[in-house]
Design a protein around this ligand. Structure first.
Ligand SMILES: Cc1cc2nc3c(=O)[nH]c(=O)nc-3n(C[C@H](O)[C@H](O)[C@H](O)COP(=O)(O)OP(=O)(O)OC[C@H]3O[C@@H](n4cnc5c(N)ncnc54)[C@H](O)[C@@H]3O)c2cc1C
Length: 342
């Protein structure tokens, strides 16, 4: 005896693109369900501490996009961005883990070059609210995915349930897709076309510290270090009304591997550079972000992959699903998805 759920649209993921897909599907009256293996929603902008509302990685809103978010009803605050150069050198190379890779966007160097940065403390929950979703309740059901049978159009979940769908919107990282597909000949076809894209990415390890709040003026301060004399390349201090958070970031690669005991190493570096003192740490979290920077790929080839998958009613969406760097605003403003779903 097994349990089968029937929907018109299934969404794989629970980040901004999943939220956008759910919103569109609801608007055009489609029965829709999102699934993700994580418990909390938000994807890259997921919160790792609900009490202090700490996003798992730094995220900013461009000054030019501030009104877009404010018009939606999302509260945004902008701060002067003070950049402190701890050590001159090839900053970009260090953010790329000294790998020869042509990335679509380098978020780190973009932030460093901004005079003002805007921040929204509770962005994913605020977006859920303004798009008509219940706050505090995840937008998805939490389960891993065992297989996607593209012929029967059934997703088998690791939790034991089966979901029958008409259309599937995939927002997880594109390299993970082939392994999920069934039957094997489809896996092979999709694998071959995804292989031809030569996807590559730079991961990062982020040590996030919640620090004792200082009564100084609110601000964003960035510390950059551009040689191999330290592991961190960027430390971002957010000293805002409700809290003080420090993100300490190191990129790694085959050429520049992650060191064992990296958290302790990063802690000793911030102490050495007098960025923060370990005695002021209230909480700490260490996290790997596998797809921090993603490489540029051939437009024609990815369009072919998109077409091939659409024949199986699988539609790629989002930063990692489409392998296309996008801001949160760009995802929210997407127009093509509506035609696919409605
Ligand atoms: C370093 C960095 C800085 C950024 N800075 C900004 C910024 O300043 N301003 C801005 O507007 N946008 C920024 N972005 C982009 C913005 O965060 C994304 O466009 C948006 O969050 C993507 O949402 P998404 O749902 O498409 O993908 P994501 O939220 O990345 O993920 C989609 C789904 O994939 C799953 N997933 C992710 N990684 C894995 C994995 N390794 N294994 C299995 N599942 C996985 C997640 O659980 C999620 O369900 C930044 C992105 C990065 C990586």
């Amino acid at each position: 005896m097994f349990f089968m759920i029937e929907v018109e649209v299934i969404v794989i993921g629970s980040g901004v693109s999943a939220l956008k897909t759910l919103q569109i599907a609801r608007e055009c009256g489609r029965r829709v369900l999102a699934v993700d293996s994580t418990y909390s929603d938000g994807g890259y902008i997921q919160v790792i501490d609900t009490l202090y509302r700490i996003p798992k990685a730094p995220i900013f809103i461009d000054l030019d996009d501030m009104y877009f978010f404010e018009n939606l009803g999302v509260e945004v605050e902008c701060f002067d961005n003070e950049v402190v150069v701890l050590k001159e050198g090839n900053y970009v190379a260090k953010t790329l883990g000294y790998e020869d890779i042509d990335v679509q966007r380098n978020w780190f160097s973009e932030w460093v070059n901004k005079k003002r940065l805007c921040y929204s403390e509770n962005i994913f929950e605020d977006l859920k609210k303004v798009l008509g979703f219940e706050q505090g309740k995840p937008i998805h059901i939490s389960s891993g995915i065992r297989k996607i049978d593209v012929e029967k159009k059934i997703v088998a979940l690791t939790s034991g349930e089966f979901i029958k769908y008409k259309k599937l919107v995939y927002t997880w990282p594109l390299p993970l897709l082939p392994k999920l597909l069934y039957p094997t000949q489809v896996t092979n076809i999709v694998n071959e076309s995804i292989d031809s894209l030569k996807l590559n990415n730079i991961p990062a390890y982020i040590l996030t510290l919640l620090l004792q709040k200082e009564n100084r003026k609110d601000r964003v301060k960035m510390y950059i270090h551009s040689t191999k004399a330290s592991r961190m390349h960027t430390a971002i201090e957010l000293n805002i009304e409700s809290k003080k958070v420090l993100y300490i970031i190191t990129s790694y690669s085959k050429k520049y591997p992650l060191l064992p005991g990296i958290s302790e190493k990063l802690l000793s570096e911030i102490k050495r550079f007098r960025i923060a003192s370990p005695k002021n740490i209230v909480k700490e979290f260490g996290l790997n972000i596998a797809y921090t920077l993603i490489n540029r790929i051939d437009k024609q080839r990815i369009d072919e992959v998109i077409k091939k998958l659409a024949n199986y009613d699988i539609h790629l969406f989002g930063r990692l699903g489409q392998w296309r760097e996008q801001t949160i605003k760009e995802i929210l403003q997407n127009k093509e998805l509506k035609q696919t779903i409605c």
